[in-house]
Design a protein around this ligand. Sequence first.
Ligand code: ZN
Ligand code: ZN
Length: 115
Amino acid sequence: MTNQLNDIPLTEHFRLREFECRCCHRVRLSPKLLFCLEAFRTLWGKPVILSSGYRCEAHNRAVGGSPRSLHMTGQAADILVSFAEQPAAELLAAKAGFSGVLSYGRRNFMHLSVG
Ligand SMILES: [Zn+2]
Ligand SMILES: [Zn+2]
């Protein structure tokens, strides 16, 4: 058994650790975001890799996030999706219940958020 901080299963496919701030390992997570991600994972049928979950204010600034970014409230996550797969993923993300879906094209990721 691992003793790593936040390495706790939350759903069948996600662990708390995946949502940690990349700089300080603190974490905030909206249950709604988790619920939508798990729904998306089921529809998508493939692993979903988070490139960004919760961000503290300093980290959000460092990565050039919006000053009101929902990453700072645990209501947004970025996932790796290839440019070619983004149109299909957008449809499923809307179906999964996300209120915000933003594709970053050739940067190969998408921003998903809940209100
Ligand atoms: Zn941080
Ligand atoms: Zn984002």
